[in-house]
Design a protein around this ligand. Structure first.
Ligand code: EPZ
Length: 418
């Protein structure tokens, strides 16, 4: 029988909590390590299913991998396969970062189209464009992505149609193996892009401009293993900030990079929440009575789509009407039905804008996480509700949040896996 997360809501969260390493950086940095000619050690990896999934894949490929206390050592020298079975990759979107890295290591790759959260179409055309712009042969056939570093594989200009995180990372990962200079225009700027670029630089790659619209890579250098520490998770930090604000709490979140949180902090301040930061700590406190708000998701540094769901959940309890517009993914409001079961009043217009009329309180209900961040929304809603809610579908939550039950318990929540 699958596990359920049981939460008795109504507590004000308070105290100190520490953020884990970034999921979305980890899942790009781990496959990047196979480009090296010697072992790498990556620290501060979160204890989440996506990391275990990668460990299994790398071992299958022939790498030697060990993992202890968030520290993974990867020796890629034994890699002797470049074709992956579907069952290994379909749990995780980021598995397609193995396309450019296996190609860089072995000359070619065949990786089934990735799985991951069902939040929209999630096409891969920009990844294929990135690789073919570097004169690799890259295409999708029968649900499998094929890539080959042809004789003509070399750096060139790549114009992305939108600043896609996945396409930017895949193109950067290919470009470090492509002789000559690559320029990626309209690149994504998310913190995990910068972290992946920093890891590649620590391996001896020449990558400049990550965090801006244009990334420049001088490729074809031999890469060596590196010791690297992954940045803190921006979305976990945001989820904890939202949980604190939603429960009229008083929480100090440690180990963060406050500048990554500016879009969320600005919105919370506008709602009447106190947000202070110093060094790597963000303090969030609220006495309740949140003010209604308008939020629109966007590419970094705009408001992250990955916080849209828990943020919407927070807006369900207040006086007044809030508006949350999703601009990145076309199906990221499916979880709203679950919030309605708890008494939330939400209309979704054209699948893009949620009009949330605040109610006095949510009532507990059996609810289901339909994807990872929907799981975060369910947790926030259950923390606010008066009484016991049971959340199923928690395998999604375990994909991306390290020990969320323990962290919230530390803040005074009544929460347990049963
Ligand atoms: C990454 O997904 C994250 N995943 C997502 O986090 C996050 O929601 C998303 O970026 C946006 O920030 C990982 O980092 C592993 P995109 P990704 O390519 O790379 C369109 C989470 O909850 N697009 O930036 O798949 C696409 O449809 C997950 O942690 C194309 O049209 O997102 C979307 O509208 C969920 N063609 C937009 O671009 C392409 O080839 C942004 O997608 C690629 C994308």
């Amino acid at each position: 029988m699958s596990e359920i997360l049981r939460i008795r809501g109504g507590r004000h969260l308070s105290g100190d909590v520490w953020v884990s390493g970034s999921k979305n950086a980890s899942v790009a940095i781990i496959p990047a390590a196979i480009l090296a000619d010697s072992p790498s050690t990556i620290e501060n990896l979160p204890d989440i299913d996506d990391v275990y999934c990668y460990m299994e894949i790398l071992r299958y490929l022939g790498a030697e991998v060990s993992l202890e206390n968030g520290k993974m050592t990867i020796d890629p020298r034994g890699i002797n396969k470049n074709v992956l079975p579907e069952a290994m990759v379909n749990k995780m979107r980021a598995s397609y970062y193995l396309v450019p890295t296996l190609m860089g290591r072995t000359g070619s790759a065949a990786v089934p189209r990735p799985g991951g959260c069902n939040i929209g179409g999630r096409p891969i055309d920009q990844t294929l464009k990135g690789l073919t712009s570097l004169h690799a042969k890259a295409y999708e056939e029968g649900g499998v992505i094929y890539a080959e570093a042809t004789e003509n594989f070399h750096g060139d200009e790549v114009f992305l149609a939108m600043p896609s995180v996945g396409a930017t990372i895949n193109t950067m990962l290919a470009a470090v193996s492509a002789p000559g200079e690559t320029r990626i225009y309209n690149a994504a700027k998310e913190p995990h892009i910068v972290d992946t670029a920093n890891f590649l630089s620590s391996m001896g790659a020449n990558v400049k401009g990550a965090g801006t619209d244009t990334i420049r890579v001088k490729g074809g250098r031999p890469l060596h293993g590196s010791n690297y520490t992954v940045i803190p998770d921006q979305i976990e930090t945001g989820t904890l900030m939202i949980a604190a604000a939603a429960t009229a709490g008083d929480v100090r979140i440690h180990g963060t990079i406050p500048i990554h949180m500016e879009a969320l902090s600005a919105k919370l301040l506008e709602m009447g929440v106190t947000v202070r930061s110093y060094d790597d700590v963000i303090e969030v406190s609220s006495v309740g009575n949140l003010r209604p708000i308008k939020v629109k998701t966007g590419y970094y540094p705009a408001f992250p789509t990955d916080l849209q769901q828990p943020f919407t959940a927070m807006c369900t309890v207040m006086w007044g009407t809030s508006q949350v517009t999703e601009t990145i993914f076309e199906s990221r409001f499916r979880y709203v039905d679950e919030l309605r079961r708890m008494g939330a009043d939400i209309d979704v217009i054209n699948n893009t804008t949620a009009i949330i009329t605040g109610v006095e309180r949510l009532h507990p209900a059996p609810i289901t996480a339909t994807d990872l961040r929907a799981g975060a929304a369910m947790i926030v809603a259950a923390l606010m509700a008066d009484g016991v809610s049971e959340i199923s579908g928690i395998q999604y939550i375990q994909r991306g949040y390290e020990h969320i039950d323990e962290k919230l318990r530390q803040l005074g929540a009544e929460i347990e896996y049963i």
